[in-house]
Design a protein around this ligand. Structure first.
Ligand code: SF4
Length: 256
């Protein structure tokens, strides 16, 4: 059964939701992993591409239940790099040979559009690709970063189950998250999204929906990883059993 579905996936590069669920349930995933590895080899080879990732602020206005940076976590020691510190860090990365700079932070309102665009313009002068990972913004803000020189944007949907999303990300709206991803695509960014695998209340059906969502957008990159409970969040006592293998299956299905 698993082999038949895998062959069908290889032939069609898509499967209906129920058949994706069957593969997520599968008890002998090695064939799936091997097939995904072949595709990985074919398209990107064996090289490892390094990115200069600058995590420039750990402040966040949001309160996602699974995240150690959530605003209610009073144990977190917060920091924020100044714009000159961010630019000089990028200079060091470029001097070391990095070709892509990734600017990542919580949703920190101290960095308004003008400040962010000024930083992006300075780094762009270093002749590198720039990826932003700074959360939900308006279409106008995304357009401004793009005009300043940003090329790529990472914004994980985390889960396409709207009820679960809004339960785990209080005060955030699933529709707005999707709107952000659509705006980013329309503005010409290379877009990365992804899922957290093993969230409490998440079903295999909703993981299959995640895969179809990524295919339909379509995303250019996807970060898929296991949910690991953070000790200073409301989800600290949740289990992690089986999340790692399930994440590998999701990653393999995503590639295929
Ligand atoms: S928006 Fe991002 S950084 Fe902020 S709490 Fe949620 S997951 Fe964490």
């Amino acid at each position: 059964m698993e082999n038949t579905l895998l062959q069908k996936l290889l032939d069609k590069q898509v499967l209906p939701k129920e058949e994706l669920v069957q593969l997520l349930l599968g008890t002998s995933p090695q064939g799936l992993f091997d097939a995904a590895d072949q595709v990985r080899k074919q398209y990107v080879g064996d090289g490892v591409y390094l990115r200069g990732l600058i995590e420039f602020s750990s402040y966040c206005k949001n309160d996602c239940m699974y995240c150690g940076l959530r605003k209610s976590n009073m144990h977190a020691q917060r920091y924020r790099l100044s714009p000159p510190q961010i630019i000089s860090t990028a200079q060091q990365a470029v001097a070391l040979g990095y070709k892509t700079i990734v600017l990542q932070s919580g949703e920190d309102l101290w960095f308004d559009t003008d400040k962010l665009c000024a930083i992006v313009r300075e780094i762009k002068k270093m002749d590198v690709a720039i990826t932003l990972s700074i959360g939900e913004k308006s279409r106008e803000e995304y357009a401004a970063y793009r005009a300043a020189g940003a090329n790529r944007y990472l914004l994980r949907i985390e889960t396409t189950d709207k009820n679960l999303y809004e339960k785990l990300d209080p005060q955030m709206s699933f529709e707005n998250r999707v709107r952000c991803l659509q705006d980013l695509k329309e503005l010409g960014y290379e877009v990365g999204s992804g899922s957290l695998v093993g969230l409490p209340g998440q079903t295999l059906e909703s993981l299959a929906d995640d895969l179809l969502f990524f295919k339909n957008l379509p995303v250019d990159m996807a970060g898929i990883g296991p949910f690991i409970p953070h000790p200073h969040t409301p989800l600290k006592n949740e289990t992690t059993n089986g999340h790692f293998e399930l994440s590998l299956k999701m990653m393999a299905l995503m590639r295929l």
